[in-house]
Design a protein around this ligand. Structure first.
Ligand SMILES: C[S@@+](CC[C@H](N)C(=O)[O-])C[C@H]1O[C@@H](n2cnc3c(N)ncnc32)[C@H](O)[C@@H]1O
Length: 354
């Protein structure tokens, strides 16, 4: 990335923003939680959003409002007119009403905030040292089905926000090949498996996941009356010799391989290749850092990498597409199609190399 010229005074200012970033973040959480941003947005047009009026309407002390709103104004989240009435800036509006920002804020606050304190230890040990703040598991995936409901909701909302949008777009591509048996590796809550079963009445799906997550996915399949077409197999890809049966027409891996180190990804892909016939398609969906149109999207992926480091497993990250293509080739796959899908995703359609 090209170096941007910046004056020393501005650089010093930026450095203070970083030094106090958690203060601004927690202020934002409070402004949302206490309904302050909602109230300001809904009432600023009527000119009744002075500190005193907010205090009376929301039953928050003027002291409490003053400390939150002062730093919010300096951080360009709110602004004040000559009469002292607050309104939301564009940043404030997005912090309160944008769905992506909401998923990111809740994920940061509920899943990552306390654990990130242990980031340094995670880097030194290669272990997700922050995970102890959530529970006693070796990786977050063993704990997913047992997380406290608020934490779990924020984890799933974040995960689903970045995958749901592409599922609909992916279905016609997946079913071009008319698969009769589809393996969903890392099927999570069963969302994609259920969509597939509803989209095509002839396909049978097998979900592969850790025991806790698989039980949830199969429960969801049953709730949708699809227990005869969606089955599952427990698997731990970190075990000595994980295996999957032959017979898949399509192997689907959405935002799954980024949960592993490069060595582990190679092992998973090689295991899959050993189960594939010449006509099996292996489809990888990922958000790659080198495939983002906007710096902002790349920033989100870089932050997600730190979640993997401190909270999830200590050794995975969001990768470049070029790294995945190399790993796929090494595992014995040929990338037949490399498609941009949705706003952030790439789909790699692979076959066994001949
Ligand atoms: C980030 S989620 C992706 C979920 C889904 N495919 C999607 O696109 O939203 C990763 C999934 O991989 C599973 N997983 C993580 N580590 C695993 C392991 N060691 N063995 C088996 N599954 C694992 C998790 O339980 C989870 O369901």
């Amino acid at each position: 990335m090209a170096k941007k010229p910046i004056k020393a005074i501005e650089a010093l200012e930026e450095a203070q923003k970083i030094a106090f970033a958690p203060f601004v973040f927690q202020t934002t959480i409070s402004l949302r939680k206490l309904g302050i941003l909602d109230y300001i947005f809904e009432n600023s047009r009527d000119g009744v959003t002075s500190q005193k009026q907010l205090s009376e309407a929301l039953n928050i002390t003027e002291y409490g409002l003053s400390v939150l709103l002062e730093i919010a104004e300096s951080s360009d989240i709110v602004s004040q007119d000559e009469e002292g009435n607050y309104e939301l800036t564009k940043i404030g509006y997005f912090l309160n009403y944008n769905k992506m920002t909401e998923a990111n804020l809740n994920f940061t606050q509920d899943v990552c905030y306390q654990g990130l304190y242990h980031l340094n230890e995670a880097i030194e040990t290669g272990k997700p040292a922050g995970l102890k703040e959530l529970g006693p598991w070796p990786t977050v995936y063993e704990g997913l089905s047992q997380l406290p409901s608020k934490v779990q909701n924020s984890w799933f909302s974040f995960d689903h926000f970045y995958s749901d949008e592409i599922f609909e777009e992916a279905l016609p591509i997946v079913f071009r090949h008319q698969p009769k048996t589809l393996y969903d590796i890392g099927g999570n809550t069963g969302k994609f498996a259920i969509l597939c079963a509803k989209y095509n009445p002839e396909v049978d799906i097998k979900i592969f996941d850790l025991p806790g997550q698989l039980a949830k996915a199969l429960e969801n399949a049953k709730k949708n009356g699809l227990e005869n077409r969606i089955k599952g197999q427990e698997i731990d890809w970190l075990s000595q010799k994980p295996e999957i049966t032959e017979g898949a027409d399509t192997i689907w891996m959405s935002q799954f391989l980024d949960c592993f180190s490069k060595e582990e990804i190679l092992k998973i892909l090689t295991t899959c290749v050993n189960s594939m016939s010449d006509t099996t398609e292996l489809i990888i969906i990922e958000t790659f850092t080198d495939r983002q149109k906007f710096d902002n999207a790349r920033f989100t992926l870089e932050a997600t990498s730190l979640y993997f480091t401190a909270m999830a497993n200590g050794n995975s990250k969001m990768y470049k597409a070029s790294e995945f293509i190399d790993l796929a080739t090494e595992a014995g796959l040929t990338v037949k199609e490399d498609l941009a899908i949705g706003e952030f995703h790439t789909m790699l359609v692979c076959r066994k190399s001949q």
